[in-house]
Design a protein around this ligand. Sequence first.
Ligand SMILES: Nc1ncnc2c1ncn2[C@@H]1O[C@H](COP(=O)(O)OP(=O)(O)OP(=O)(O)O)[C@@H](O)[C@H]1O
Ligand SMILES: [Mg+2]
Length: 604
Amino acid sequence: MDQKNTPSINLTALQAGKPKNTSVLLKRLIRSYLLPYKKQFLAAMVFMAGAAAMRGVFTHLLQLVVDGMIDKRGLAYMLGVCGMIAGSFWIRSGMVYLHTILMNRIGQRIVVNVQQQMCGHLLRSDLAFFHANSSGTLVSRVINDVMIMRQAVNECLLNSFRGGLELTALIGVMFYQDWHLTCIVIVIFPLSAFYVAKIGKKIRRLASSTQNATGDLSALLNQTFQGIRHVKAYGNEALESSRVRNLTESIYAFSLKSVHAAALTSPVMEILSSIAITALVLFGYLQVDRGMNTPGDLVAFIASFVLAYDPMKRMGRISAQLQAGLAASERVFTLLDVEPTIVNKPGAKPLTVKNFSVDLNDVVFAYPDGTLALDHLNIHVPCGKTVAIVGASGAGKSTIINLIPRFYDVQSGSVTIGGVDVRDVLLNSLRSKIALVSQETALFDDTIRANIAYGRQGASHDEIEQAALAASADSFIRELPNGYDTHVGEFGVKLSGGQRQRIAIARAMLSNAPILLLDEATSALDNESERAVQAALKKLQEGRTTIVVAHRLSTIVDADVIVVLDQGRVVESGTHADLMLQNGAYAKLYGMQKTCDDAQEGYS
Ligand SMILES: Nc1ncnc2c1ncn2[C@@H]1O[C@H](COP(=O)(O)OP(=O)(O)OP(=O)(O)O)[C@@H](O)[C@H]1O
Ligand SMILES: [Mg+2]
């Protein structure tokens, strides 16, 4: 069955396990992404500290204003103090400006770095990883989660430094002004911090659910739009709409819950502050009444407290964003932590053999989900010869093709080229020796020229056209409105199946690799173009080691060896003539197909 038709989305592979410790996540965030910018970060901190200090200066100047009024210091004195107040504001705004610019530079840089790192990592990931995770989920991780992560790093982590510094400066001023009063009101800070930490956990859990659902939505949309033809053909628009509705509703519900949790921080902190301020005014009044403090002291103290309240509240709000950012970081890290298993072995060397024979030696292979696909399989393809593999659907033919360029590694036994185990050579050098034309659509949303040139970067126009000519593609390409510069659309949707296949064949021709893997390379062609392409393929096969998988047996009768596969085992092998003589499975299959073909010829 075509697995693409299965509507369920496999998201399990990347789902994070137990939520990680906040400090572990924060440490990793800071170490991996912030530390490389420590100079800029330190400069920003200096500006932040300056801005925070200016807050402290301002409250101190307020004290001078009030006491100056009471002591009737005169206009000149007041003008001087006002000048200093204005100056403190200007300096502060300049510092805030510089700090904001620097922080955003760091934050945006981090986004770019993380995205590049993720994409680099994904491109190196195993094929099995892509089979286990839908492309929509991966796209959502690279785009959405990184954005949320940036918010955490930029607005939250850094703003909380600023808030923390301001808070420290203002509390410092308060202690300096009156430590008795400070001790009374400071109780509110640990209380609110406790509350914020408690609610933070809940917010992170909700944020994580929101982000998972967003990933699901992205996967669903991706799948729906890709399969839009089938959605329409089966009249399933309403079904897909309802799936989208369910997901968007659950995103709405999760977001609302986390907004509720986050919005509660504000009133809770207001209540705590109102208690603190009442206490402050009462005690302050008593102190002024007893002559222990001047009214100026009290005003300055209250101003400090009110100003300190602002960064404290901001930090409470930031905590919610930080939690969402941590949830996103966790998802990003989970993706980055999946180590590819198909990698170059230490000390691997380029593949330098001259003899490109391909051997599967007693190969056992099961897919990650446990499906046993090849069972003690032996196949020998001599250098420059063609081996055809035939067998029922699901027999394991494509799996054999997958093992040669190491899309997967065998569980036991080995795959060798010229006697060298494919696991012992550099992946790049191995794959550069192999041209693959597969069952899947293999075109990118680019021009025909670029799609053919994908076989060998840097090929000249002439070479590209020669390859197209050899693949019987040149004539239809020239008839297209923009010829070789026609865009083929996503997966080549603007071309017919047969046209797509011929472009894929041209690409393989251009790559000029000594090993050729053809998995149903001509299955989408009509008889006439198949004959043309067969002739081209025959030319291409000359001198190349070829493994060809074909359902239509008439296309492989002159292969050097035909291997009949059943449930991952070789049941027969030999030339067409040998196998016909044996009168076994192959002969039966061939007889059946021939009857069909003859009947078809009769119709046409
Ligand atoms: N990515 C995968 N994950 C899990 N099982 C898989 C995967 N690909 C194939 N299989 C299973 O492995 C077995 C062999 O599949 P394979 O694709 O090699 O068959 P095939 O002979 O190429 O069939 P067809 O002629 O239909 O292309 C099948 O049972 C199939 O369900
Ligand atoms: Mg197959």
